[in-house]
Design a protein around this ligand. Sequence first.
Ligand code: FE
Ligand code: FE
Length: 286
Amino acid sequence: MNTQQTDSPSIVDEWEESLRSRYPAPGSEKPQEAFRDYRAEARPSVKEFYRLNHHHQTFDFVQQKKAEYLPLRKKQMGIWEAMEFLNTLVDDSDPDTDLSQIEHLLQAAEAIRADGHPRWFILTGLIHDLGKILCLFGEPQWCVVGDTFPLGCAFSDKIVFPEFFTDNPDSTNPTYQTTHGIYTANCGLDNVQLSWGHDEYLYQVTKSYLPEPALYMIRYHSFYPGHKEHAYDHLMNKHDHDMFDWVRKFNPYDLYSKAAARPDVAALKPYYEGLIAEFFPPVLAW
Ligand code: FE
Ligand code: FE
């Protein structure tokens, strides 16, 4: 991923770029950069993306999207087919310097494989962003990518650009604006409504087929206010806290595996088709 480019790639890529700027790879930052202000550094397009995201992701909006997508009646396809489908999501940046979606998935998987992790972990790297096909179903990017956060309770000021929540209709609902809101203390994240996006959608598609740590990685990998900022410990139960060790173990492979060489998709395909077949049926409901 070339950070020098001046033309604007799609927000799908820009969001991940902005995450690396907010959360630099351990050991990569100069000491004074630990205190950088992401607001000053964010591109106007990234700011606008978060303004829309924070404005429109409401408790009711999430219920609407779940009702629309979670019957899983949009498409029938296998995992590799879904990877090729996602790859038709092209951004307008330089194809020579930006990784395609399939290359990002393969790089994450290959980095996990190189570190000797279990096969289900490698597979999780391979598929973790397939929920981004929501963009291909016509969803705007602000409801596919971006940090996720709970609805139905107070917005944490640890969420990126918290000031944009003043435009969110839920901000004026007193029931939603206490620390626990509609939830009880440590009720468990499975009972909490997070903002809608590619994490929850893929979790629902894959939940019958993968071990639980894999499902936590998929479902919460964009929940930076939770796994990085610890802003919602009061809603998490003991099991969530245990499982978030896996979410944190996965995160560097998502954010920092991009600097390596481009993967050879055709050469890797047979290995990954075998791995997919170990866990998934030939066709899944999306
Ligand atoms: Fe993702
Ligand atoms: Fe990713």
